[in-house]
Design a protein around this ligand. Structure first.
Ligand SMILES: [Zn+2]
Length: 397
């Protein structure tokens, strides 16, 4: 298909794409409560004539459109869940109103990833409407529970095995080919709780964590040539006490560790445990473990698992990257860069399942998880064209 035809299709569908994005933003969908937005997605895929639409055990909605000749299976992936909007008073427009103004669709989840999801779903629908003149199959997966570790996509890749994955996490219509991983560690110190007026009788766990945090600050971190340095940051700090005149019996600290390829859980845990052992005081014991969460999806699927997004890097010379760059540059008529995400995505799970993965999305990283959350309508138009160009080129590889 010619470039101008792709733009004609996108222009004819853009108003519909924006209003579908609006409808998605208007339904709040915190992690574990994606049922209503999933239904909207399922209905839209059915209305667009997807060949098959189904909801899996964990609640992911998956739709497929088949081309008129054999080829590769390309899976577009976005998540249905959104992070909390926080104080609505801090927003320029109410976070779930889906206001369209100044060339943007505003609201929580617009850039992460509801705007991208609307474009993915409609792009595949357009290729079907004009006669399925492409090779292979296009899957669109709207997944659950991404913001809490990616259980949705971990379940998805057990059932669906595409040749390529395109993740709709913010890339500003450029290509991303990897990111650092995210691990959440829980450092727990047990002491001896006593009345705060007689500290000598107890063992105060705060002193252990104070020494540990100091030591952590100077710890050398691994470097990756493409992804940059691994980082670690203490985030939440909790105690088992709510009274200010009692020495707590237990304190725990959450660490956000952004790992690079080659750093596995065991090696990081050993380093943390050594730091912790060196921070102990008499009467205290300490341990470090991955933070585990019991997740329940809106369908009732339940799993206890560690909070872990694996890192990944797809080599720059991989055909998924070189061909995607050619397809996008050809269709969009400008340079498309290949870079990385700063944050972790479900791409870590698809890459870990052995599926070559990239990112392409109209979302912009600066708006993600902020009260300025919004998606550019001009970029949604480009994304409609870009998604179609990717599906056409990659299906024929
Ligand atoms: Zn996201």
């Amino acid at each position: 298909m010619e470039t101008h035809q792709l733009f004609e299709l996108a222009d004819a569908a853009l108003a519909d794409c924006v209003s579908f994005g609006q409808a998605l933003v208007r339904i709040p969908s915190p992690s574990g409560h994606e049922g209503a937005v999933a239904e909207l997605v399922r209905n839209r895929m059915q209305a667009l004539g997807y060949d098959r639409v189904w909801t899996d055990e964990v609640g992911n909605v998956i739709g497929v459109i088949r081309g008129n000749r054999p080829g590769k299976a390309v899976l577009f992936n976005c998540h249905l869940d959104q992070v909390d909007p926080g104080d609505p008073g801090g927003w320029p427009y109410p976070p779930h109103e889906g206001v369209v103004r100044d060339g943007y669709l505003w609201g929580r989840g617009a850039s992460d990833c509801k705007g991208a999801l609307a474009a993915q779903i409609l792009s595949a629908g357009l290729l079907k409407r004009v006669g399925r003149d492409f090779a292979g199959e296009i899957y669109v997966a709207a997944v659950v529970l991404e913001e809490v570790g990616g259980l949705g996509t971990r379940c998805l890749v057990k059932e669906v095995h595409p040749d390529f994955v395109i993740i709709g996490e913010a890339t500003d219509n450029q290509i991303a080919r990897g990111h650092r991983g995210r691990m959440e560690w829980l450092v727990t110190v047990k002491g001896r709780s006593v009345h705060a007026s007689v500290p000598d009788r107890g063992a105060n766990p705060h002193y252990v964590l104070a020494r540990f945090i100091q030591a952590l600050n100077g710890v050398p971190m691994a470097q990756d040539a493409f992804l940059g340095p691994a980082t670690v940051a203490p985030t939440l700090y909790c105690t088992d006490q709510s009274s200010a005149n009692v020495i707590p019996g237990r304190c725990w600290l959450h660490l956000d560790w952004r790992n690079v390829p080659g750093q596995d859980e065991t090696s990081i845990q050993m380093r943390l445990q050594a730091l912790l052992d060196g921070s102990l005081i008499p009467g205290c014991q300490a341990s470090v473990a991955l933070h585990e969460l019991e997740l329940v999806s809106y369908t009732g699927y339940r799993e206890r698992s560690p909070f872990l997004h694996p890192p990944f890097v797809l080599e720059a010379s991989h055909p998924l990257i070189t061909e995607s760059q050619k397809a996008l540059q050809g269709a969009l008529g400008h340079t498309v860069k290949v870079d990385k995400w700063r944050f972790a995505t479900d791409g870590g799970h698809t890459a870990a399942a052995g599926i070559p993965t990239i990112g392409f999305s109209p979302g912009e990283e600066t708006f993600v998880h902020t009260n300025q959350d919004r998606i550019s309508i001009a970029k949604m138009r480009e994304a409609l064209v870009g998604n179609m160009a990717l599906a056409l080129r990659l299906g024929a590889l």
